[in-house]
Design a protein around this ligand. Structure first.
Ligand code: COA
Length: 167
């Protein structure tokens, strides 16, 4: 299998392929950091492509020869709300298929996000990192603000790390 990929903006038609990336990523890569039963209940909420992100023009995918292998983007809106703060962008729904980790895919997607966000007037990025994702965001220059609890659905709360970076 050739391990080459290119980064492009996501389109509405990518919904099924992005969902496939999320399903090929989160269950395997989050398993080291979360209680198995909690993860099992949370996965249906986090392994679905987000239609608003797909249509936003600020969400990217990594395209390999025959499939998508990564995704991620940013928004002015704070996740789960319509709240915006001038100069602040939010990093959203990053994933790399487990078979493709460690090849620079997420870093490449992040570079596109940062360049686009800077041009749009963003001076600070925030993210809600999974517990397993903290070292990835730290490698990009993010620092931990606090541990938080993300409500996922009725009676499901996922521990996460609120991080930020001046861009
Ligand atoms: C986090 C994730 C997106 C990283 O994807 P990736 O394509 O493997 O990341 P990259 O290869 O671009 O790595 C970029 C940098 O982060 C570091 N990094 C990535 N994952 C890491 C990990 N688990 N532990 C330590 N460092 C890590 C890499 O070493 C690399 O550093 P360098 O560029 O300075 O050498 C991927 O592991 C994933 O999909 N995890 C499950 C989903 C998830 O938790 N997403 C975060 C959502 S908030």
């Amino acid at each position: 299998m050739r391990r080459t990929f290119s980064i492009r903006l996501a389109e509405n038609d990518d919904a099924a392929a992005v969902t496939a990336v999320l399903k090929a990523s989160y269950p395997k890569l989050m398993a080291s950091a979360y209680d198995p039963q909690l993860l099992q209940r949370a996965l249906p909420f986090i392994t679905r492509a987000h239609p608003i992100l797909l249509a936003s023009g600020t969400y990217y995918v990594a395209q390999a020869e025959s499939a998508l292998v990564g995704c991620g983007g940013w928004s002015f809106e704070k996740p789960g709300t319509e709240e915006k703060t001038i100069g602040v962008g939010h990093v959203r729904h990053f994933a790399t298929s487990a078979a493709w980790v460690g090849l620079g895919i997420a870093r490449s997607i992040y570079a596109s996000c940062q360049e686009q966000a800077r041009a749009a007037g963003v001076t600070r990025f925030e993210c809600y990192s999974t517990l397993n994702g903290e070292l990835f965001y730290a490698a990009l220059g993010f620092t931990r603000m606090e541990q938080i609890e993300l409500p996922m659905g009725p009676d499901i709360v996922l521990p996460a790390i609120h991080m930020s970076k001046a861009i």
